[in-house]
Design a protein around this ligand. Sequence first.
Ligand code: SF4
Length: 405
Amino acid sequence: MSIELEQLNSANGGEDPVSLSLDDIIGSGSISVRAAYLHVPFCFHKCHYCDFYSIVDTQDRQEVFVERMDQDLRMLGSRCESPLSAVFIGGGTPTLLRPELLARLLDSVVRHLPLASGCEWTVEANPETVDDVIADVLVEGGVNRVSVGCQSFQPSSLRMLERHHEPRNVSRAVKHIRKAGIHSINLDLIMGVPGSVHAEWCDDLDQALALDPEHLSCYGLQYEPNTPLTRKLEMGQIERLDDELEAAMYEHTVARLRDSGFEQYEISNWARPGRACRHNLVYWKSENWLAIGPSASGHLDGTRFKVTPRLSEWLASTSSVPVVDVEHLDDLTRTGERLMLELRLVEGIEVGEMNRLLDLFDPDGERRLAVTEGLRDGLLQKHDDRIKLTHAGRLLADSLLSRLV
Ligand code: SF4
């Protein structure tokens, strides 16, 4: 079931907007969560492939944004009954906040959220925005992991994506971060950029590895609806990369990163031993996480919600944590999503648990059939009492896993 705030508003006869807050959805008791996601919606430019909510920053609303985040963090933090093992501040570009405001935001997190000892605390950074001052603010605030939006080291691919950073600034950013004392760094790379060739992708991996990151995310380019890049594709101005070429790039990634000592723990994610991203694992294991900031999405015990996605409405709202979309997942949907997400993980899902779920929540047998056919076709394998994707299955994961939802 999905409730749209717009629907509630129209049901209100066009009078004052209905103010829906998280309290209306989850009640007023305490909540048990493992992680928190904070969204900072400012960027200095809109990249052409991006469908995350962000606005080009004019700096004038940064301060009110940070003040409002403090209020929402205070409210949600007071409701948390368990310490959080992961916090992720993403965006947008969190490191675009002025240093004193970034410091205030980090301070709000520390003051209001119950952080477990050793909590993994990640901040996303655009390479252009990281200097010694920002890196010091992060360390002093308690951040212990930085995810750098590198995407590509090829000027032609960066131009295609309309990413406004210089490839050399990735290594500069990494140096600032390490010098400040943060020793857990992720680099994001995008595979399959139109016009790119295999040798360029190999070079991207080589350059990323030369920076000695602890974690690498290598996502295939997604053509999200209504982005400038997708419009170019629809108008025939660019072409998707050939499937076989993209598969060859992925195969090279698996081999290159394995040979460099990385462990693959998810279809698109690799880490040095013990450095898998805890926050991402909370998503993939369908655990509970808070969402704070415009357009942030969260999940609490089978209820998914999205915070009001427009900055001005979010700032103007008198609700604590104003929410626009709420989706109460029924058991069938939860089961399908759980199977789909856990099979993305290299460790897969325990056979007994999969059978239990399919016995309870597969009324038409379609999911069991998808699993049986996946095993028969070599896309899934049974190993150590777990069902996992095979290497071939990872290449075709989207079509296989979509049958489970
Ligand atoms: S910097 Fe990141 S969030 Fe901002 S527009 Fe580019 S991809 Fe989107």
